[in-house]
Design a protein around this ligand. Structure first.
Ligand code: NAD
Ligand code: UDP
Length: 355
C-alpha cells in the first residue's frame, strides 16, 4: 500500500500541523508533506530548530510558519486534519539543559496539542522514543517491553516525559475517542542535525571533518541502531495514514545494530580524517544496547528502512562538509581532497539544497 492511496479524499488539500517542524526530523517532514500536496503549518519555538531548515518553504503558498511554544495554549484558525507532535529537544545535552522545561514540553505541550486535536477533529501522531525502554533488559526491544527507566536520573525528564506523553495519548483516545498514533522512534540521523547537537553521529562527523579528536564516551562497546531520516519520515507518514484502528505504539528504526566505536571508525574512514579517538567518561544511565524489533511496522505499514548505514553516513558527511567548508577548508581533509580531486569517495554528494 502506498502513502498516496491512504490520503483522505477531501475537497481541499489536507492541512497538517507539524509541531517541532523547524527541527531536524520535522523540517524533512514539512518538505515531504508539501511535496505530496498537503497544506503544512509548522509550529516551533526555535529552541533547537532553525529557520534555515525551512527557509526554502517560507514562500510556498501551502506553507505557514508560526513561532510558538507548545507549553502555551495553541489557537489556530481554520481546519486541521493531522497533527504531528515532534516538539521536544531530542539530544541529551539539549533536553538536560532545562529538564523541567523538557518535562513540561512533553506533558503540557502534548495536552495542548491533544486539546487542539479535539477541537479540530484531527488525528494526532506523537513522536515517542526508544528512550521509553530506558537501559533495556530485553534485547532487541519489541513494543510489548515495558522498559527499564530510572525515574530520577538525568535522562528522566525526557524518558519519563515521553512516557507520560504516551499515557496522555492513550487516555485521550479512551476518554474522548481522539484518533492517535504513537511512533517509538529509534536513533535517527541525517542532514540538518545541528553541528553542536551533541548526538553521536553529528558529533563524530563534525569532529572528524575539523580534524579534532573523536570523543567516544565509555569504551565504545555500547550499541545503537541508526535510521536515516528519509526512511523515518516515510515511516511516520505511513503510520499517520494507517487505518484508525492502528494506534501503535509502533517502533520505527533500523535494526542494523552497531557499536559506537564502529560508528567512529566508519566516520573516520569516509571522511579520510586523521582525527584520533579520545575516550571520555560514559554519561550516567547511558543505555548499553538498543535495537528495535520492527515487525509491527513491517506487518501493519509495509515499512522497512531502505538506506544502508554507509550510504546514510556518506550523505550526512556531505551535508556537514558543505556547511563547514567555509570555516577553514585546509583543516578539513575530506573537503580539501575532494576539491583537489583526490577523493576516492565519489559517492559523496550534496543532498540538502534547503539546508
Ligand atoms: P530537534 O531538536 O531537531 O527537533 C525538535 C524541534 O522541536 C525543534 O525544532 C525545537 O525547536 C522544537 N521544540 C522544542 N521544544 C519546543 C516547544 N516547547 N515548543 C515548540 N517547539 C519546540 O530533534 P529531532 O531529532 O528532529 O526530533 C524530533 C522529535 O522526534 C522529538 O520529539 C524527539 O523526541 C523525537 N525523537 C527523535 C529521535 C532522533 O534520533 N532524532 C529519536 C527518538 C525520538
Ligand atoms: N556518544 C559518544 N560520543 C559522543 C556523543 C555520544 O560516544 O560524542 C555515545 C553516547 O554515550 C551514547 C551513544 O553515543 O552511548 C548515542 O548517543 P546519542 O546522544 O546520539 O543518543 P542516545 O544516547 O540518546 O541514544
Amino acid at each position: 500500500m502506498t502513502l498516496q492511496t491512504r490520503i483522505p479524499t477531501l475537497h481541499r488539500p489536507p492541512t497538517v500541523l507539524i509541531a517541532g517542524g523547524a527541527g531536524f526530523i520535522g523540517s524533512h517532514l514539512c518538505d515531504s508533506l508539501l511535496q505530496r500536496g498537503n497544506a503544512v503549518i509548522c509550529l516551533d519555538n526555535l529552541f533547537t530548530g532553525r529557520i534555515d531548515n525551512i527557509r526554502p518553504l517560507l514562500n510556498h503558498p501551502n506553507f505557514r510558519f508560526i513561532e510558538h511554544d507548545v507549553r502555551e495554549e495553541i489557537e489556530i484558525g481554520g481546519e486541521i486534519d493531522r497533527i504531528y507532535n515532534l516538539a521536544c529537544p531530542a539530544s541529551p545535552s539539549h533536553y538536560q539543559t532545562d529538564p523541567v522545561g523538557t518535562m513540561k514540553t512533553c506533558v503540557v505541550g502534548t495536552i495542548n496539542l491533544l486539546e487542539l486535536a479535539c477541537r479540530k477533529g484531527a488525528r494526532v501522531l506523537q513522536a515517542s522514543t526508544s528512550e521509553v525502554y530506558g537501559d533495556p533488559e530485553v534485547h532487541p526491544q519489541p513494543e510489548s517491553y515495558l522498559g527499564n527507566v530510572n525515574p530520577i536520573g538525568p535522562r528522566a525528564c525526557y524518558d519519563e516525559g515521553k512516557r507520560a506523553a504516551e499515557t496522555l495519548m492513550f487516555d485521550y483516545h479512551r476518554m474522548y475517542g481522539t484518533e492517535i498514533k504513537v511512533a517509538r522512534i529509534f536513533n535517527t540521523y541525517g542532514p540538518r542535525m545541528l553541528e553542536n547537537d551533541g548526538r553521536v553521529v553529528s558529533n563524530f562527523i563534525v569532529q572528524a571533518l575539523r580534524g579534532k579528536p573523536v570523543t567516544i564516551y565509555g569504551r565504545g562497546t555500547q550499541t545503537r541502531s541508526f535510521c536515516f531520516v528519509d526512511d523515518l519520515v516515510r515511516g511516520l507518514q505511513l503510520l499517520m495514514e494507517s487505518p484508525a484502528s492502528v494506534t501503535g505504539p509502533c517502533n520505527l528504526g533500523n535494526p542494523h545494530e552497531v557499536t559506537i566505536e564502529t560508528i567512529a571508525r566508519e566516520v573516520l574512514s569516509y571522511t579520510e580524517s586523521a582525527s584520533p579517538l579520545r575516550f571520555e567518561a560514559l554519561p550516567k544511565d547511558d543505555p548499553k544496547r538498543r535495537k528495535p524489533v520492527i515487525d509491527t511496522a513491517a506487518c501493519l505499514l509495509g515499512w522497512r528502512p531502505r538506506v544502508a548505514l554507509q550510504d546514510g553516513l556518506q550523505a550526512t558527511i556531505a551535508y556537514f562538509a558543505l556547511r563547514i567548508a567555509g570555516e577553514s577548508p585546509t583543516l578539513v581533509p575530506a573537503i580539501a581532497s575532494r576539491r583537489t580531486g583526490h577523493s576516492t569517495r565519489s559517492r559523496l554528494k550534496a543532498t540538502d539544497p534547503g539546508g
